[in-house]
Design a protein. Structure first.
Length: 154
């Protein structure tokens, strides 16, 4: 479906598929990029400035601009995004810095959870049980997720 806006002379795409995510074409590209899991406002702003893409609606991007943006998301080092902005630094097996988006984040979390359970790390064992991890008290708060009934005396 294509829409016409009064401020835009051309028709725009209603939905864009980028990094396994549907992006609303009516939103500004800065806000639209944040719908991709793993990309926040600051990372999206840096992506747009480094790839030199104009600030417009997401549906107004040309196919070449969309491809340039996807390439920058998949390899942020190629466009010069600093390493401190990545969300997965020093990967366990290779030691390289990565920026994960979409399903990659969930897969990396599951992998680290399994690795931690294998070596019996306290953090991963508590996460697997659904308990608090960072030293909070558990006697009175954080009781959601568990069903504990009261047994009556006969």
């Amino acid at each position: 479906m294509e829409l016409n806006y009064k401020d835009s002379p051309q028709t725009i795409q209603h939905m864009i598929r980028m990094c396994n995510t549907n992006i609303d074409g009516r939103k500004q590209i800065l806000k639209a990029l944040t719908t991709i899991k793993g990309i926040g406002m600051r990372f999206a702003q840096t992506l747009l400035t480094r790839t030199q893409i104009r600030n417009c609606r997401a549906g107004e991007l040309t196919a070449e601009e969309q491809q340039r943006l996807v390439d920058a998301i998949q390899d942020p080092k190629s466009v010069g995004i600093p390493i401190w902005m990545y969300n997965y630094r020093k990967e366990y097996t290779t030691g390289e810095d990565k920026h994960l988006v979409g399903n990659q984040i969930d897969a990396a979390f599951r992998f680290s959870l399994e690795r931690g359970k294998k070596i019996k790390a306290v953090r991963e064992c508590r996460l697997a049980r659904g308990m608090k991890v960072r030293g909070q008290r558990t006697k009175s708060n954080g009781r959601h997720g568990r069903i504990v009934g009261v047994s009556r005396k006969k």
